[in-house]
Design a protein around this ligand. Structure first.
Ligand code: ARG
Length: 632
């Protein structure tokens, strides 16, 4: 995705609750035209009319609908007012708006075909990659280009070094990538942050494991894999001790003796050395971290994901955490409990959050305290306007504890939590490769790619025409995984199904790619230049209901992007794209581009229409993080 969006000179308009950009958004242009006519009739408040004009969910109900009570006109029954407006509304051949239709207390508005054909295709062909996006939204004041960009931190992916890259990390990566793109295209300054799990007692345990099982050659070849193997082995060694420790805890016995010997004692002591800044202990850990990041980056690149900040739990400074603890202690929030520091949320109006340890008995920090420190450091570094935590729903309590602690710190810190948001998501059931369980992202990507390759081979003739089948299969596989993930609302759980996601039928990634490739193929079959398309006689499209349906769908793309900025749901965009592709596939038989009987002028106008449709599909796919294929 192009990081810099050329700012489009645009004049915005403000109503009470949002701004409108008629130059960028065809529905806004339509809203303004309707609002003007409404204010002529009955002296309706223009700004109320503007914000009352909603996009319909179903195009049969119009392009925009106005629920009359939104106009807040006193002393007249809404249904009466609807009738009056419809009766007085002026529309004619060349107008933007067709004669509206009253439906109870609502009024339905439809674009005139001429409005759509004369403005939309040229707009899209001119704006190209910028169509749909409004770089003003990320300004402090969307109507004032000098007001400065807002900064958003999107924290996502955040796997744990030496541990499995599980479905939760995959979902976070996909959703976080989309959100970063979305904010970037809306004109925000975006910090793409990976908050690695690279600290904690388990890295003490990993160091013990390295002593027993570490192998330099194996590490150099496959750092992530080798560290994982070591971690699995040492965890198994550690298991009996952990069982004993848990049992003693259950019996209510003092476990401090158990904690200080054996592997657990060793791991804790090692981690303590790391926290105390012992250079020798840190050196080993740093090697693990650096090489792991290098390998992660290769995998992320395959996924079309990049980060601007590789942060991690290890980057939280002791002094930041100490200062936070001081404040919390002064305010009576932090308490001592057998040498550990705890927060009892029940005493602070948050019963559900229970009691949490924030510093362990031997003085080391824990996950929660590190998150408190990380939040404060992010504010100091970036002065962010928004911070999104793209983290699975299992960690909701954890994040709510974090937000609550910041609230309880008072003053500047409480405002911090108001700018933070947990972007939650549900589980993936049964994510595994065909050979067995998944350890790393690479395993899944490779497996789905191979599977996709098999699917492609089933169609021999087509397969023989694909130039680079391996690469194509990989990209199709990625699309399959991502589209499956983004199909439902984030919070829904879903079943990982290779068969379903790789199918070319139904609303899948391969289907979306096919739709794009089919559009691209049109332009390989005809010899029509961009200039010819820009100069086409668009009125030739006005008679075709299929062309009008497509145009109406294409007109709402900018509004959908705006909507996604509110829902923060990839499915908002994805479902829109599927609707558009359905519109497209039913149009091909009616709108031939290659040598139509109607002649060349019609061919050019249709080519322009399909070129615009391809652009919209392309822009939506790129926004989702997909790489549109021109051939497959
Ligand atoms: N590394 C964590 C895990 O895998 C996720 C990190 C979530 N972000 C945070 N700020 N706690 O469970």
């Amino acid at each position: 995705m192009a990081p810099q969006v050329p700012a489009i000179p645009s004049q915005g308009l403000q109503s009470a609750d949002r701004s409108f950009f008629p130059d960028l958004n065809p529905l806004d242009r339509f809203r303004v035209a309707i609002a003007e006519e409404l204010s002529r009739i009955s002296h309706i408040d223009k700004s109320l009319a503007l914000s009352g004009l909603d996009r319909t969910t179903n195009l049969d109900n119009g392009d925009l609908v106005l629920v009359v009570p939104r106009l807040r006109m006193k002393g007249v029954a809404p249904a009466e007012l609807a009738k009056k407006i419809v009766a007085e509304f002026e529309s004619h051949e060349g107008a933007k708006v067709k004669a509206p239709i009253a439906d109870g207390i609502s009024i339905k508005f439809f674009f005139t075909p001429t409005e759509l054909t004369s403005t939309l295709v040229p707009l899209i062909l001119q704006q190209q990659e910028a169509y749909g996006f409004n770089p003003n939204l990320g300004l402090r004041d969307p109507l004032n280009p000098d007001s400065g960009q807002k900064t958003v931190i999107v924290e996502f992916s955040s796997p744990n070094i030496a541990k499995k890259f599980h479905a939760g990390h995959l979902r976070s990566t996909i959703i976080g990538g989309f959100l970063s793109n979305l904010y970037e295209r809306s004109g925000y300054k975006v910090v793409r942050m990976n908050y690695l799990g690279d600290w904690g007692r388990q890295y003490g345990l990993l160091a013990c494991g390295w002593k027993r099982y570490g192998d330099e050659d194996a590490f150099a070849k496959d750092p992530i894999g080798h560290l994982f193997d070591i971690y699995v082995k040492i965890s198994a060694d550690f298991q009996p001790e952990e069982d004993e420790f848990k049992a003693a805890g259950k019996r209510g016995e003092d476990t401090s003796e158990l904690e200080s010997r054996g592997l657990l004692g060793e791991a804790k002591a090692y981690f303590k050395r790391m926290e105390d800044g012992d250079e020798e202990a840190l050196q080993l850990w740093r090697r693990f971290r650096d090489l792991s990041i290098e390998r992660y980056n290769e995998t992320y690149a395959r996924l079309n994901i990049r980060f601007t900040d590789y942060s991690g739990e290890s980057q939280v400074k002791q002094e930041t955490m100490k200062k936070a603890e001081e404040i919390l202690r002064e305010r009576g929030v932090l308490e001592s409990d057998e040498g550990a520091s705890i927060v009892d949320f029940k005493k602070h109006g948050a019963k559900k959050l229970g009691v949490a340890v924030v510093r362990n008995r031997n003085g080391t920090s824990n996950y929660l305290l590190r998150d408190v420190g990380a939040a404060i450091q992010r504010e100091d570094t970036y002065h962010f306007d928004e911070l999104l935590y793209v983290v699975m729903s299992e960690q909701e309590t954890h994040l709510n504890r974090l937000f609550k602690i910041l609230d309880l710190m008072g003053e500047g810190y409480a405002t911090l939590s108001k700018r933070m948001k947990h972007i939650t998501f549900g589980k993936v059931m049964g994510m595994s490769t065909r050979k067995g369980n998944v350890k790393f992202l690479d395993d899944i990507l490779a497996d789905v790619g191979d599977f996709m390759h098999d699917v492609m081979r089933r169609n021999e003739t087509k397969y023989s025409q694909v130039e680079d089948p391996t690469r194509t299969a990989e990209l199709l596989g990625l699309s399959a995984i991502m589209v499956q993930d983004m199909s439902g609302k984030r919070i829904n759980n879903y079943e990982f199904s290779l068969e379903r996601m790789t199918s070319f039928e139904g609303d899948t990634g391969p289907y979306l790619q096919y739709a794009h490739a089919r559009l691209s193929s049109i332009f390989r079959k005809v010899d029509i230049t961009r200039d010819e398309m820009l100069g086409a006689d668009f009125s030739l499209l006005a008679q075709s209901p299929h062309a009008i349906s497509m145009l109406r769908a294409m007109a709402r793309f900018p509004d959908m992007v705006h909507q996604a900025q509110k829902t923060l749901e990839p499915t908002t965009i994805l479902m829109y794209l599927f609707k558009l592709t359905h519109e497209l596939s039913s149009s091909y038989d009616h709108l031939r581009v290659v040598n139509p009987p109607e002649g060349r002028a019609v061919s050019i106008a249709r080519a322009a229409l399909y070129q615009a449709a391809r652009q919209v599909l392309h822009n939506g796919m790129v926004l989702l993080g997909l790489r549109p294929l021109d051939r497959m």
